[in-house]
Design a protein around this ligand. Structure first.
Ligand code: ATP
Ligand code: MG
Length: 357
């Protein structure tokens, strides 16, 4: 099998370059072990692209992303660009990339790493065994429906429209079932079918797709109940699949289950195997340039890259297990270090993971 892969690397702003460097290091080491040949293309994105090229998403960056098998992104944004006019906001780059590359599914796994339960706000008994994946629809729903505000006699009136087409629901639910097959074999489809017409369609399509996956259990859950169950009995979830706005809220809720934002990876996927991988956290301008950021979210995003874009579960697991072992030995960056314990730098932590590999 030819294991030549093109990867676009977009370090971005703030701590982006620091954490991306560790991600690339781990990617190269894993590649060496599992027989990959990587071609890396580095591109400007976000505020650093605005500064150099007067656009958050330069054409050249888009080109290398289109030609890539996978994209690794650090983070974009920061106070330096907060007052830019909308076309020159760093965050514009993310929306542009999703749209241009047709990335319609956002994946956020939340898993409890041993020894980190104390950095969560929930009790350890509740968190025991948490290993879930939130799959959020990313390019449809109320965020993209028709919207307008008008003046009426009774005052202003604002409208947002929530539209879903059957094919948009089907493709993401199908992906969720595929992933559930590789995991805990359960899909929780989340909607508000007692109120919303689009949710009734969602539920119907999910039920039909489930027929093709007799080995995976499907449960339907109303979004309000799901929001409650995620903090009440999170270990009972496997794959949660839901529409754009519900997913926005639930994925943030699920993300904080396991502690520091510095630990959480994400992937955005479209048709085929290409995907964009990035930490859940932002550019953390308050700690940028100090070499203290936690690189785990980025390193685990690289694991997701191997799993989804390269279809290599073994390599993905090797990375995840290396991170687990490093944490098991008590190594911590500042954000998750117990008081009085010595914290490792971003680079030292990355080196430990490479050694474990
Ligand atoms: P955005 O709008 O891009 O989400 P934000 O300021 O809301 O940015 P983050 O940039 O994620 O959110 O930062 C939130 C807090 O978490 C900050 O105090 C930051 O220092 C901290 N933080 C974020 N990522 C990391 C990391 N990898 N390691 C350590 N601390 C982090
Ligand atoms: Mg934020």
């Amino acid at each position: 099998m030819d294991k030549q892969r093109n990867v676009a690397v977009l370090p971005g702003d703030g701590i982006g370059p620091e954490i991306t460097e560790e991600g690339v290091k781990v990617m190269k080491q894993t590649g060496e072990q599992f027989g990959y040949r990587f071609h890396l293309d580095f591109g400007l994105v976000g505020g650093s692209a605005v500064d150099r090229l007067k656009t958050p998403l330069p054409e050249e960056t888009l080109r290398i992303c289109r030609e890539a098998d996978a994209i690794l992104l650090g983070a974009v944004g920061g106070p330096a660009w907060d007052r830019n006019p909308p076309p020159l906001r760093p965050e514009k780059a993310l929306l542009g990339l999703r749209k241009e590359l047709g990335l319609y599914a956002n994946l956020r796994p939340a898993k409890l790493f041993p020894g980190l339960a104390q950095s969560s706000t929930l009790k350890e008994e509740v968190l025991k065994g948490v290993d879930l994946l939130v799959v959020r629809e990313l390019t449809g729903g109320i965020y993209f429906g028709e919207k307008h505000t008008e003046e009426t006699k009774a005052g202003a009136k604002a409208t947002d429209t929530l539209v879903y087409h059957e094919h948009e629901i089907e493709r993401i639910v199908r992906r969720a079932f595929e992933w559930a097959r590789e995991r805990g074999k359960k899909v929780t489809s989340v909607d508000k079918a007692n109120i919303l017409e689009s949710s009734r369609l969602w539920r119907k399509v999910a039920g039909r797709v489930a027929g093709d996956y007799p080995d995976v259990k499907l449960e339907h859950m109303l979004v309000d109940n799901c929001a409650m169950q995620i903090i009440r009995r999170p270990a009972e979830f496997d794959v949660i699949v839901t529409e754009n706005m519900f997913g926005d809220i639930l994925s943030d809720e699920a993300a904080i289950l396991t502690g520091s934002i510095g630990m959480l990876p994400s992937a955005s996927i479209g048709e085929g195997n290409r995907g964009l991988y990035e930490p859940v956290h932002g550019s953390a301008p308050d700690i940028a340039g100090q070499g203290v950021a936690n690189p785990v979210a980025t390193i685990l995003s690289v694991a997701m890259m191997f799993r989804h874009s390269f279809q290599d579960d073994e390599a993905a697991r090797a990375i995840e297990e290396a991170v687990t072992r490093v944490l098991d030995r008590g190594a911590r960056t500042m954000d998750v270090a117990a008081p009085g314990h010595l914290a490792l730098s971003t680079e030292e932590f990355g080196d430990r993971v490479v050694e474990e590999l």
